[in-house]
Ligand binder design. Structure first.
Ligand code: PBG
Ligand code: ZN
Length: 324
């Protein structure tokens, strides 16, 4: 008789059989940097997550460095917003200053920066708005300018999340022309219009002032279209492609990872984090076990990089397990 249970008999053989193993180096930790002084604001819907001003950022970066994870994904929140999102590409914008600060004081951390206008625009959309419509081609030079200005500030990698068509090509060209041919692009390629971004928009002050993002982010019903988006971004020069959110889209990730021989990232987004935290705080689930199960599923489905708000906790738990 086939006895699968022979290989599950005790923890030693189970460890030998384990196909997917999480490692702290798999993780990037999203960080919110807000303009101002002496700020450490808790994000209500994301327990354990804070907005930091640059003068307080050191305390967090020290923890990140000690955790052994690979690095951070930065989001900046400027004081001043305008229709063009000019703080996104200002030489002394909050995000540019944050990048310089981290590069200077924590050089071992890999610094990826989110490229999008929504945190910087007064209307909260990811592109320029004209007559109530989000403009595609007019937005591209601004995204390219933002990417170049952050590369100049010292960003290791840029991660466009806006979902304008052609942005990866525009950013690649601008980076190359500015002498940053070594800076990779991690494209949010299959980014779905999702209710799971709710808590993030509170954290990043980036909720759209009117309408929604459905004219640029993908319909969550569409898996085939996701493959076309990914193919287009690869064609335009993306180095890493992303599926976002994670848990409800692991089918998309798996199919794409089988189809394209590319490094994949997955973004375990704010709403996914909030749900786990809420249930854990109520004592309804075991947080540590649930997080390990969720993140392992993402890696099993094909993710090379996992962007998650659980990164620091998970890294600490992995360390504990290692030490037995
Ligand atoms: C900005 C951006 C968003 C997220 C990452 N970059 C929000 C959005 O598109 O509305 C979501 C991240 C999260 O929910 O954790 N375009
Ligand atoms: Zn955006």
């Amino acid at each position: 008789m086939q006895r699968f249970r022979r290989l599950r008999r005790d923890s030693r053989i189970r460890a030998l059989m384990q196909e997917t193993r999480l490692c702290a180096k798999d993780f990037l930790y999203p960080v919110f940097v807000i303009e101002g002084e002496d700020i450490k604001n808790p994000v209500e819907s994301m327990p354990g997550v804070y907005q930091y001003s640059i003068d307080r950022l050191g305390e967090l970066m020290e923890t990140v460095e000690k955790s052994g994870i690979s690095g951070v994904l930065l989001f900046g929140i400027p004081k001043q917003k305008d229709p063009q999102g000019s703080q996104a590409y200002a030489e002394n914008g909050v995000t540019q200053r944050a990048v310089r600060f981290i590069r200077q004081h924590y050089p071992s951390l890999y610094v990826a920066v989110d490229i999008c206008l929504c945190e910087y625009t007064s209307h909260g959309h990811c592109g320029l708005v004209c007559n109530g419509e989000i403009q595609n081609d007019e937005t591209l030079p601004l995204l390219a300018k933002m990417a170049v200005s952050l590369a100049k500030a010292g960003a290791d990698m840029v991660a466009p999340s806006d979902m304008m068509d052609g942005r990866v090509g525009a950013i690649r060209k601008a980076l190359d022309e500015a002498g940053f041919s070594q800076v990779p692009i991690m494209a949010y390629s299959a980014k779905f219009a999702s209710a799971y971004y709710g808590p993030f928009r509170e954290a990043a002050h980036s909720a759209p002032g009117f309408g929604d993002r459905k004219s640029y982010q993908m319909d969550f019903a569409n898996g085939q279209e996701a493959l076309r988006e990914i193919a287009a971004d690869i064609e335009e020069g993306a180095d890493i492609v992303m599926v976002k959110p994670a848990l409800a889209y692991l089918d998309v990730l798996k199919e794409a990872a089988l189809e394209f021989s590319m490094p994949f990232a997955v973004y375990n987004v704010s709403g996914e984090y909030a749900m786990v935290k809420a249930a854990a705080q109520n004592g309804w689930i075991d947080e540590r076990k649930i997080v390990a199960e969720n993140l392992t599923a993402m890696k099993r489905a094909g993710a090379k990089i996992i962007i998650t708000y659980h990164a620091l906790d998970m890294a600490a738990w992995l360390k504990e397990e290692e030490q037995g």
